[in-house]
Write a protein that binds this ligand. Structure first.
Ligand SMILES: NC(=O)c1ccc[n+]([C@@H]2O[C@H](COP(=O)([O-])OP(=O)(O)OC[C@H]3O[C@@H](n4cnc5c(N)ncnc54)[C@H](O)[C@@H]3O)[C@@H](O)[C@H]2O)c1
Length: 335
C-alpha cells in the first residue's frame, strides 16, 4: 500500500477512536516507521490490539499527561494510561531538553503502555547529539533463571550514540527474540526459530502458539535473566509502575491498564572530552571495522547500521501488508 494512503487510514482509525489529531499522527508515524525499519512485529500487526484496548478504555484516548520537574535534569511523567507512544514521545523530548540544559537528563515515565521500538526514542536523542539509554519493562514472557514460570518481560536494553554518520543504536530484547515476532508468527501461522522458546511442558518448540503459552528463553541464560531483572527495576520499580510480573499482557489481559514504566537517560557525550568526542568515536568504529573478517563475513556492522540502511532503502517504497493484517486494517477503518 502507498505510504500516504496508509498514513491517512491510520490517522482516520485513531481519530475514530477519539484520539486527537496530533496524537493520531504521532502514533501513525511510529507504526509506519516500524514497517520501514523492517520490524513489522512492532507495526501494523499490533494495530487491532491498541484499538481494542482504547475501546475498552484500558488505554485513555484523551490522557492528561503530567510532567513533574524534580530538578533541571530530572523529570517524572505520569502518563495517565495513555498509549505508550505518546507518553514515550513526550518523555524523550523532555529528556533531550534536560540534557541540553545540564549535560544529563533523567526521565521516568509511569502509568504508560507498550511504546513500540526503543530505537524510535533513542534515535531522537542521537539526532540531538546526545548519548542515550532507553529502558522499558514488558508483560511476563521469560522465566527468571531457576524458575519454571514466566515473570520478566522481554525487557529491551537500548543504547544510542552519535557517530557523525548513521546513529549507533543497540536495541535488543533480553530474550532470544522479541515477543512481537512470536505474536506475529502466531497471527500469520508461521513457525518461530528453534531454540528461542519452550512450551508449557518445558520442551523447545517452534510452534508460536505453544511458545506463547510457555516461556521464552533469555539471551545467555542467567546473564540475560539478570539483565531482564535490571530493566524491570529501572523501568518498573523506580518509576512507580508495575513490575515483577504485574504488567498486563496487552493482547490477553483486559482486567486493567498495563501500567508499564520507561526510563530515559540522555547525556551530552562531550562533557568530558569536548569536541574530541566525535573524532574518538570515528577512530573507535574504524578500528573495529578494519579488523580481519571472520569466515562468512565481508564487513563488520555496528548496531543500528543495517536497520538504518533498510529504512533508507524503504523510505519511498510501498508497504506490503499480509492479507490477514490488511483485513483487520480495513475492518477498523470501516467501523
Ligand atoms: N516495547 C516493548 O515492550 C518491547 C519489548 C521487547 C522488545 N522491544 C523491541 O523489539 C526490538 C528488539 O528486537 P530483537 O531483540 O529481536 O532485536 P534484534 O535481534 O533484531 O537486534 C538487536 C540489536 O542487534 C543489532 N544487530 C543485529 N544484527 C547485527 C549485526 N549483524 N551486526 C551488528 N549488530 C547487529 C541490531 O542493530 C539491534 O541493535 C527492539 O527494537 C526493542 O525495543 C520492545
Amino acid at each position: 500500500m502507498k505510504q500516504k494512503k496508509l498514513k491517512l487510514i491510520l490517522n482516520q482509525i485513531f481519530q475514530k477512536y477519539n484520539l486527537s489529531k496530533d496524537h493520531s499522527k504521532i502514533i501513525s508515524n511510529y507504526l509506519i516507521k516500524a514497517e520501514l525499519l523492517g520490524a513489522p512485529s512492532h507495526g501494523l500487526a499490533r494495530l487491532k490490539m491498541y484499538c481494542d484496548r482504547i475501546k475498552k478504555k484500558l488505554i485513555k484516548a484523551r490522557p492528561k499527561i503530567k510532567i513533574r520537574k524534580i530538578s533541571n535534569s530530572i523529570s517524572h511523567v505520569d502518563a495517565d494510561n495513555s498509549i505508550g507512544f505518546i507518553a514515550a514521545d513526550i518523555g524523550i523530548k523532555q529528556a533531550i531538553k534536560n540534557a541540553k540544559k545540564t549535560g544529563i537528563g533523567l526521565v521516568a515515565i509511569k502509568r504508560s503502555g507498550h511504546y513500540g521500538l526503543s530505537s524510535f526514542y533513542a534515535e531522537q536523542a542521537v539526532k540531538n547529539n546526545l548519548l542515550v539509554f532507553c529502558f522499558t519493562n514488558a508483560p511476563a514472557a521469560l522465566a527468571p533463571y531457576g524458575a519454571k514460570k514466566s515473570l520478566f518481560g522481554t525487557n529491551p536494553i537500548c543504547f544510542g550514540v552519535p557517530t557523525g554518520k548513521a546513529p549507533f543504536i543497540f536495541d535488543a530484547s533480553t530474550s532470544m527474540i522479541n515477543r512481537g515476532k512470536i505474536r506475529r508468527a502466531s497471527k500469520l501461522g508461521m513457525k518461530i526459530p528453534y531454540g528461542v522458546a519452550l512450551d508449557k511442558f518445558g520442551n523447545i518448540t517452534t510452534d508460536a502458539n505453544k511458545a506463547l503459552k510457555g516461556t521464552q528463553l533469555p539471551i545467555a541464560t542467567f546473564k540475560g535473566s539478570g539483565l531482564a531483572w535490571m530493566v524491570d527495576i529501572l523501568s518498573g520499580v523506580i518509576t512507580g509502575s508495575s513490575h515483577s510480573g504485574k504488567i498486563k499482557d496487552p493482547f490477553d489481559d483486559f482486567s486493567g491498564p498495563q501500567n508499564m514504566g520507561h526510563l530515559f537517560i540522555t547525556i551530552n557525550p562531550k562533557i568530558f572530552i569536548g569536541k574530541n568526542f566525535l573524532k574518538e568515536m570515528k577512530i573507535n568504529i574504524s578500528r573495529i571495522k578494519k579488523l580481519p573478517k571472520a569466515k562468512g563475513f565481508t564487513s563488520i556492522l555496528y548496531p543500528g547500521e543495517r536497520k538504518n540502511k533498510t529504512y533508507r532503502k524503504n523510505l519511498n517504497k510501498d508497504i506490503s501488508i499480509p492479507s490477514k493484517i490488511l483485513k483487520e486494517l480495513n475492518e477498523l477503518n470501516a467501523c
